[in-house]
Design a protein around this ligand. Structure first.
Ligand code: 7PJ
Length: 275
């Protein structure tokens, strides 16, 4: 994979997969819902994740769990901006998890180094919001919207369709002026996918990595881990760590996780023992 990705702004990538730590500033996220909703605890959590080994911390103020309702832009800004500003002041590399161009712009102005969009910059103005700024971007595949995506999702060939969508979004980003080396892609586990779709995509990670774009994988505590283990969200930690290691082995450059310390240790162990 291209060495230049993120190195200018963040850290030397090596060949080691990196960890993105999740900070939800939402009252309704499914796995840690409400726990970090107030800004001081979200900030403290972000700093702790960085200290635990996260290369970057992903801050989101709009839940995208199946069925979650959209949040107004002012509400989302009110949730994420104090957290982003404080983490930037603390020297923590920060990503913003948003679908809204206005939130992207404000987050970039505040010093955010990456924009992570589960809607792959399809909102009007989203491409423009990131194009001029030089930030890194993650474009994720989602079928439908968070309101509709788990209503009987169907594909002809899930791998081919997700791959084609991601390559189209990468082309749109490049066309808008985002440098290729700043673009990472994510198949979007659980976003309009059944367990069978998620499994097919997981097995196809090497094929997606072969596109040449760094791959981001987010499966931490998701329903697919629950389906595989029979566990509730707060109890999906071992399954999530196993999936993170397997994702890395299958070509993921970055894993987006709740349990940073444990995932970092697992990745280190796998790396050392596999070479
Ligand atoms: C993902 C995300 C993911 C990327 C969420 C959750 C739901 N961003 N934001 N990939 N998932 N790039 O954390 O379970 O899989 S929100």
């Amino acid at each position: 994979m291209e060495k230049g990705w993120l190195t200018a702004t963040l850290f030397a990538l090596d060949s080691r997969p990196i960890v993105m730590g999740i900070v939800n500033v939402t009252p309704n996220s499914f796995s840690d819902g409400g726990r970090f909703f107030d800004a001081p605890s979200a900030i403290a959590h972000g700093i702790a994740l960085r200290e635990a080994g996260a290369a970057i911390v992903d801050v989101g103020g709009e839940s995208t769990r199946p069925g979650a309702q959209p949040v107004a832009v002012e509400e989302e800004l009110g949730r994420v901006m104090p957290v982003l500003e404080a983490l930037v002041r603390e020297g923590v590399p920060v990503s913003v998890d948003t679908m809204k161009p206005e939130v992207m712009r404000r987050a970039i102005d505040a010093g955010c180094t990456m924009v992570n969009d589960v809607n792959a910059f399809r909102a009007p103005g989203a491409l423009e919001a990131v194009a001029a700024s030089g930030v890194d971007v993650v474009a994720m595949h989602m079928l439908g919207t968070p309101q509709t995506m788990q209503r009987d999702p169907a594909y002809g060939d899930v791998v081919a369709e997700v791959k084609q969508f991601l390559l189209e979004r990468a082309a749109a980003l490049e066309h808008a002026g985002v440098a290729r080396k700043r673009i990472a892609l994510d198949p979007g586990f659980g976003f309009g996918k059944t367990l069978a779709h998620n499994k097919a995509l997981f097995r196809a990670l090497p094929e997606l990595a072969a596109t040449g774009y760094p791959l981001v994988v987010g499966v931490s505590r998701k329903r697919m881990i629950g389906d595989l283990t029979g566990r509730e969200p707060e109890d999906r930690f071992a399954g999530s760590v196993a999936a993170a290691v397997l994702a890395a082995q299958n070509g993921a450059s970055m894993v987006r996780v709740h349990d940073v310390k444990e995932t970092v240790d697992a990745l280190k162990t796998w790396m050392e023992l596999s070479r």
